[in-house]
Ligand binder design. Structure first.
Ligand code: ADP
Ligand code: MG
Length: 288
């Protein structure tokens, strides 16, 4: 039980966001380790404050083994603090920096965890909106969990750098990048999370951001074009038909035809891999 902020002692920096820093902290009395995300916003910016408040509200409502758990939220004049479970193995982005590509069975495990997390969130009417490798965290056991509910903050915040904005857009679905494709049905947000998962899965398979050519600099126009009008995807010849079919179901441009979370949880790519989810990822990540 974390009663107050002063119960926690900073040990190291785990990561940076654009208006946040995440520290590894120790709970003094119990010696338990947590991750403390500190969001800084200037007082004049009510929008950023509102969005941060929204992230806090969402975090208080979620409790799932597939979502990074938030144990306490603290508030001060200029900062908001989230005390979260510590994910020892960092993010999928970090794993990809080391390994570049992942074997299909490991990708399958990642996909299964993310789909379980999305099923939970969508069941609570929460659209994550920012599924990408740096927001998927891995713990010592190899469980993959969804983190970071700050997307709206990222998209509207004036503090956000161009790189961050582009980083988020890269995983956005066609209907989000081009609102003309929305038809007000109200369901599109959920399908957008599935699209993002498809981009992540393909990225793990090919070893680079997959919707534009390798090493190309993704300027805004190229990105929007690739997402909205990109040609039918070329997948590596060595890729199994299962993963190819899974990716196609996720990256269906028309959100109404795209695979749903429930359908994809039952997809052979997710169901027919030889081991239990957690061990696949843990064994792989621990190998380095
Ligand atoms: P932002 O909203 O700025 O993107 P995130 O919540 O995604 O912030 O955190 C930024 C980075 O900090 C993550 O990509 C990850 O590397 C690290 N991080 C965040 N939460 C944790 C955690 N609970 N355990 C370990 N590392 C974390
Ligand atoms: Mg993030």
């Amino acid at each position: 039980n974390i009663e107050k902020l002063s119960d926690l002692e900073k040990m190291a920096v785990l990561g940076h966001g654009n208006s946040c820093t995440v520290y590894k902290v120790r709970h003094k009395r119990s010696s338990s380790i947590f991750a403390l995300k500190i969001l800084r916003f200037d007082r004049s910016s009510t929008i950023i404050r509102q969005q941060a408040g929204r992230e806090a509200e969402i975090l208080k409502r979620v409790d799932s083994p597939y979502v990074v758990q938030c144990h306490a939220v603290f508030d001060s004049e200029d900062d908001l603090y989230f005390a979260m479970e510590h994910m020892e193995r960092g993010s999928l982005h970090d794993v990809l920096l080391v390994h570049r590509i992942l074997p299909e069975d490991v990708i399958s495990s990642v996909a299964r965890c993310v789909l379980n997390g999305l099923q939970y969130l969508h069941g609570k009417q929460i659209v994550h909106g920012d599924i990408k490798p740096s927001n998927l965290l891995i713990n010592a056991e190899g469980d993959v969990k969804i983190a970071d509910f700050g997307v709206s903050r990222v998209v509207v915040g004036k503090h956000d750098s161009y790189e961050t904005y582009m980083g988020t857009c890269a995983y956005m679905s066609p209907e989000r990048i081009d609102p003309e494709r929305w038809d007000g049905n109200g369901d599109h947000g959920f399908a957008g999370d599935v699209w993002s998962l498809g981009v992540v899965v393909l990225e793990c398979l090919v070893g680079h951001y997959p919707l534009i050519g390798r090493g190309e600099k993704p300027d805004w126009a190229a990105l929007v074009c690739a997402i909205s009008f990109g040609e039918r995807l070329q997948m590596p010849k060595s890729a199994s038909s299962r993963i190819q079919s899974f990716v196609r179901r996720c990256l269906e441009k028309d959100w109404k035809k795209r695979g749903t979370v429930v359908e994809l949880l039952d997809h052979p790519f997710v169901t027919q891999n030889s081991f239990e989810s957690r061990h696949g990822v843990a064994d792989f990540v621990l190998r380095d």
